[in-house]
Design a protein around this ligand. Sequence first.
Ligand SMILES: *[C@@H]1O[C@H](CO)[C@@H](O)[C@H](O)[C@H]1NC(C)=O
Ligand SMILES: *[C@@H]1O[C@H](CO)[C@@H](O)[C@H](O)[C@H]1NC(C)=O
Ligand SMILES: *[C@@H]1O[C@H](CO)[C@@H](O)[C@H](O)[C@H]1NC(C)=O
Ligand SMILES: *[C@@H]1O[C@H](CO)[C@@H](O)[C@H](O)[C@H]1NC(C)=O
Ligand SMILES: *[C@@H]1O[C@H](CO)[C@@H](O)[C@H](O)[C@H]1NC(C)=O
Length: 253
Amino acid sequence: MGPVAIFCASILLALSMPSSTSAQTPPAPFLPPSPSPAPRFVNLTDLLSVAGPFDTFLDYLLQTQVIDTFQNQVNNTKQGITVFVPKDSAFASLKKSDLGNLTRDQLKTLFLYHAFPKYYSLSDFKNLSNSNPVSTFAGGQYTLNVTDASGLIRIVSNWANPKITSSVYSTAPVAVYEIDRVLLPSAIFSTEPALAPAPETKTPSDLAPAQSGIASAPKSAESSTGDATSYTTAFRLMDCMVLILSATLMLIM
Ligand SMILES: *[C@@H]1O[C@H](CO)[C@@H](O)[C@H](O)[C@H]1NC(C)=O
Ligand SMILES: *[C@@H]1O[C@H](CO)[C@@H](O)[C@H](O)[C@H]1NC(C)=O
Ligand SMILES: *[C@@H]1O[C@H](CO)[C@@H](O)[C@H](O)[C@H]1NC(C)=O
Ligand SMILES: *[C@@H]1O[C@H](CO)[C@@H](O)[C@H](O)[C@H]1NC(C)=O
Ligand SMILES: *[C@@H]1O[C@H](CO)[C@@H](O)[C@H](O)[C@H]1NC(C)=O
């Protein structure tokens, strides 16, 4: 009697849940764009050290003094700047020797290559994609192409076409966009740079089939018990009603 009553109560409780949870999810309120505040001085070093993690990129900018070129552009021009910042994980996916073997000049060029000497908001990229190739700070042959497929923006270098994964900062005259790979121009890398082996996928091969077998077994069992559970729930519900009815009758009598 006791366990059945508890079971009944929990089923009735569960049945009452969905309606109450669906009622408490109103659509997100529409926020009107607030008037943009007056642009203030942006210190790129500070910006990159709090966002990210972009520590690897920032270290290279400081080491090559490219940071000064970029900061001067921010301070002293009306054109502004658009910087593409690879995440730390993007650098980690390269082999150490990919950048480690570059000369100091090549390294400097590579980081100058990660910025346009002009501010572009994300909405400018559609139009910008009609002006390929686009000049970078590295000048000359060091150009990038941009593509914008319904908002999916890719920055096309020769060996890597990363996408913009987020806008870190975008208020004229400074735009900083996160990208998921390091840009790799063929003028620096004559062949495609090797990628570092991914660290996680190092499981012994003989373990893999056994693991997938275990993983798939409960899954199929789960789906079949899912049907069985809903079936028995309906059954128990009828039991509950009969029980409640008889209990009420007993109380009356
Ligand atoms: C930006 O900040 C860093 C450290 O916070 C400082 O060393 C640097 O001089 C600042 N640069 C400018 C242009 O103000
Ligand atoms: C940029 O401007 C800031 C603030 O006006 C100043 O402190 C800094 O020295 C300037 N840096 C450069 C490289 O012009
Ligand atoms: C990079 O330099 C190391 C020695 O510092 C050398 O053994 C290696 O072959 C070089 N790799 C490439 C791709 O040039
Ligand atoms: C679009 O790009 C062209 C150059 O290709 C430029 O002349 C024009 O002003 C741009 N239009 C807008 C709305 O940015
Ligand atoms: C960039 O675009 C130009 C013009 O469409 C094209 O000629 C060039 O091959 C492209 N470069 C890359 C690296 O895709």
